[in-house]
Design a protein around this ligand. Sequence first.
Ligand code: NAD
Length: 367
Amino acid sequence: MTYTVAVIGTGAEPEDPGRDGYAMAYHHAAGYENTDGCDLVACADIIFKNAQAFAEAFGLDDDNVFEDYEAMLQAIEPDIVSICVPPAVHDDITIDCIRSGVVEAIHCEKPMADTYGGAKLMTQEADRYGVQLTFNHQRRFSDAVRTAKKLLDGGEIGDLQRVEFSAPVGIFDYGSHSFDLCNYFNDETPGKWVLGQIDYSTENILFGTHNENQAIVHWKYENGVHGIAASDSSGTGGPASAFACHNRLIGTKGVIEVGPQSDDENEVLPPLRIRQDGGDWASVETEDGLHGWEFIDRAIAENVRCLREDETPELCAENALNATELIFATWESSRCRGRVDLPLTIEDNPLRAMLDSGALTPSTGGD
Ligand SMILES: NC(=O)c1ccc[n+]([C@@H]2O[C@H](COP(=O)([O-])OP(=O)(O)OC[C@H]3O[C@@H](n4cnc5c(N)ncnc54)[C@H](O)[C@@H]3O)[C@@H](O)[C@H]2O)c1
């Protein structure tokens, strides 16, 4: 069977990707083109010229280009929808697609939603309507990450005791991937508690949503493994650089580093390395590093395989919700000035609420 595919939120041409727009839809579309049994047939964007440019790039019929995604769902009845709009509207659009009753699978961009309640409702509704809902935490499909997990599962560093990460631009936008990777390494174990603090003194808006400037977070999983992480949107020298590594796995007999960074800017470290029994670091060969648009091809191929074979994809909403809980629990810990025990019971976005209440007053830059 061939699945028909539609995209919501095409973005403009991705020639100048940056914090205001990566046009992720183009990468999703390439993923469907590279996956057998998928036929990209339609798109929708509230900026019609964006949709038209996308349709031209991927050879879509003029009749299948829409400004209104609900009209598209009705007219096209696509089997699979990719949602590449800004985070603030992920939940509404995803839930509309689920409730339309015509869609079998949805692949939505990360972060899940800009409120914890929104993220929970998306997960709940997908489950209720039997729709396969996945989120684009594509970094799981890097060979460096996959190989790190194989080394861990093979006992090369003993039992996992702690996961660490540093995120360059906030625990919501970038940290969504980072927490997700920690959960992947720790076998999707739910969190037990989170203790975090943030600084938000200069406005930092990514894809339309506020992100803190710095965060430091300590969390514990139900299986006793600890997590420690920092974010730093100010460049080098902040708390994230103190970790000197993208993701670190600490075991009873050794350490694995994914994306280690050296103090010496001239030194290039491998994407993956391991240190066993207190010995020297050894590089581990991998096919790729931590970043690459081809990871989206792999994520989409796996989602489609799972849809076809009625399996749960590893990018499923439940796994994404585990990562999302750690994000919002960090902001909640900062709001309530204490440890937050999980499951998280809030519905809102604590960072947004602290802005609305005047508890946080970031400057808008431009002196
Ligand atoms: N997975 C990753 O590594 C990665 C990288 C960058 C961005 N992202 C995420 O991808 C998502 C989209 O980011 P982007 O950079 O592609 O944005 P973009 O601005 O390039 O594209 C978003 C498009 O959505 C459209 N849109 C907005 N509201 C809409 C609506 N109600 N109906 C239809 N279209 C609507 C906009 O007009 C725009 O064309 C964000 O959640 C972002 O965080 C993920």
